[in-house]
Structures are given as C-alpha cells and as structure tokens.
Design a protein around this ligand. Structure first.
Ligand SMILES: CSCC[C@H](NC=O)C(=O)N[C@@H](C)C(=O)N[C@@H](CO)C(=O)O
Ligand SMILES: [Fe+2]
Length: 255
C-alpha cells in the first residue's frame, strides 16, 4: 500500500503544463527559483510555445506510439489555431482510442507533440461523454488521494497501481477555442490526470509509481525496450534498469 501524502506546492507545480506557467497560471504558485530553473531548462518565446500547421499535420489512421519511443518524452506545444484540422485530429484520436480499448488519449501518444487530449471514461462510442481538452491547466487538486490500477495504451497489457489526487479543478479550451472550467472526480479525474501527465513534459505512469510497484512491472518494461530496439534498429532512449526518477515529477505516494 502506498504511503499517503498531502499535496505539496511542488506537486501542484508538477501538474502545470510548462507553456502555461509563464502566462496564465496564478503567479502565487511560482517561486522565483522555479521560474529561473524553468528558464534554464529552455523556456523560450511565446511563438515557440505554440504549434505550427506542420506540428499539427497527421495522416489517418493514427497509430499508438509505444514506450520507449522518445516522442512520449518530448515537449508538447500549446495550440492557438482552432480549425477543421484540429477537429479532424480529435475525431481520429477518438477513433484510435475506441479501437484500442482506451478511455483517454493524449496527442503525443499518436505522435503529435501538442497540448490536446480526448477522453470518454465509458470507453464506448455512443456511451458516456466525449471530452476534448486543449491547453489544459490544473489550478487545484484535492488533498485526498486514491490508488487505482492504471493501464496506458503506450504500454500494452501493463497495469499497476498509481496514487493520484481524488479530484481536480481544470481550466481548458474546447475544440472551438472557448475557455471553460471544470471539476472532475472519480474515473474522469483519474483519466484526465493520466493524460495530463502525457502532455506535461512526457510524464509516464511509471514515473508516479512507488519503487515496489515499479519492480512488479520492470520485466514488462524491459520487454518493450527490447521490442523497440528490434523494430527500429536503434538503442532504447531510456532503460528501466538505469531509471532515475525525474526531480520535477513531484508525485503522489512515491516510496
Ligand atoms: C485509468 S487512466 C487510463 C488512460 C489510458 N489512456 C491512455 O494511455 C487508457 O485508456 N488506458 C487503457 C489501457 C484503459 O485504461 N482501458 C480501460 C478500458 O478497456 C481498462 O479498464 O483497461
Ligand atoms: Fe497513457
């Protein structure tokens, strides 16, 4: 059983997408040292933070990118063009999500490094509610956390416990560019946070697992690394055997 912990300032910061931190997040959340660290890590001008038409180009049918492909760890740009192409991308993401038995999907998981996610926690077309979130920002998370046995479409067949806040408050844009604010709890809060992590500097679900839980899926992660190497002829860009937890992933319930 993972240790309970309260939500720290750092934990909340870890949930904020970097492009949004500079301009839209409440400034009381930012320590000067943090802003400086972000700047040193390569935070650049506004234009660089938004996706160009090239960044949003895709060829249907979309395919799920699997661990350890580096696309999953790349930075995701904000979106400021709300056009037919974006609608088509979201539609195609729903298609591949339903086909692969998903309940949520983030754009980097289909090879597009932008701040877009789709989800439907019912997991079936025509049931539940389809939600599209563009440039999401988390502005509040509950102190109460819950454990859930999570799976990720980029890690086929792998499930393990991850602890996350039980509920969450979000600001985002919809597919037409309109701003909205929503409170989520239960499975929708879980799915949102899982997808938000993908958008947040490519945080993957095992980054938030305890050492003990991570050990239980280590061999399956290694098998994906071997598969990547044999399919691409490239060295795996990361190895679970050399895994060092990223400092900025101030997770919940880490050992
Ligand atoms: C609990 S958050 C999972 C979100 C994840 N999205 C992208 O990676 C996802 O859809 N994972 C699937 C493996 C999943 O959870 N599918 C459901 C429905 O089949 C399941 O219960 O396994
Ligand atoms: Fe995932």
């Amino acid at each position: 059983m993972a240790a309970r912990c309260s939500v720290s300032h750092n934990a909340l910061l870890s949930l904020l997408p970097r492009p949004m931190l500079s301009s839209r997040a409440p400034s009381r959340l930012l320590r000067p040292s943090k802003v400086l660290a972000m700047a040193r890590r390569g935070f650049s001008s506004q234009e660089d933070d938004f996706a160009s038409p090239d960044d949003l180009r895709f060829e249907p049918p979309l395919k799920i990118v699997e661990y350890p492909h580096p696309i999953l760890r790349a930075r995701n740009k904000g979106i400021n063009t709300f056009d037919e192409n974006l609608k088509k991308l979201a539609d195609e993401m729903f298609d591949v999500m339903y086909k692969t038995d998903g309940i949520g999907l983030s754009a980097p998981q289909v090879g597009i490094n932008v701040q877009l996610m789709v989800f439907n926690s019912a997991g079936e077309r025509g049931e539940g509610e389809e939600i599209i979130l563009v440039n999401p920002i988390v502005y509040r998370v509950s102190k109460k956390t819950v454990l859930f046995n999570e799976g990720c479409l980029s890690f086929p067949g792998i499930y393990a416990d991850v602890e996350r806040p039980a509920s969450i408050k979000i600001d985002a844009r919809d597919i037409t560019g309109g701003s909205f604010r929503v409170n989520l709890s239960g499975l929708p809060a879980r799915v949102f946070q899982h997808e938000f992590d993908h958008l947040q500097q490519g945080v993957l679900f095992f980054d938030r697992m305890t050492e003990e839980v991570l050990s239980s899926i280590r061999s399956q992660l290694k098998a994906l690394e071997v598969k990547y190497e044999s399919q691409t002829g490239l060295q795996s860009p990361e190895r679970i055997d050399d895994y060092k937890r990223r400092e900025e992933v101030a997770g919940f319930g880490r050992a």
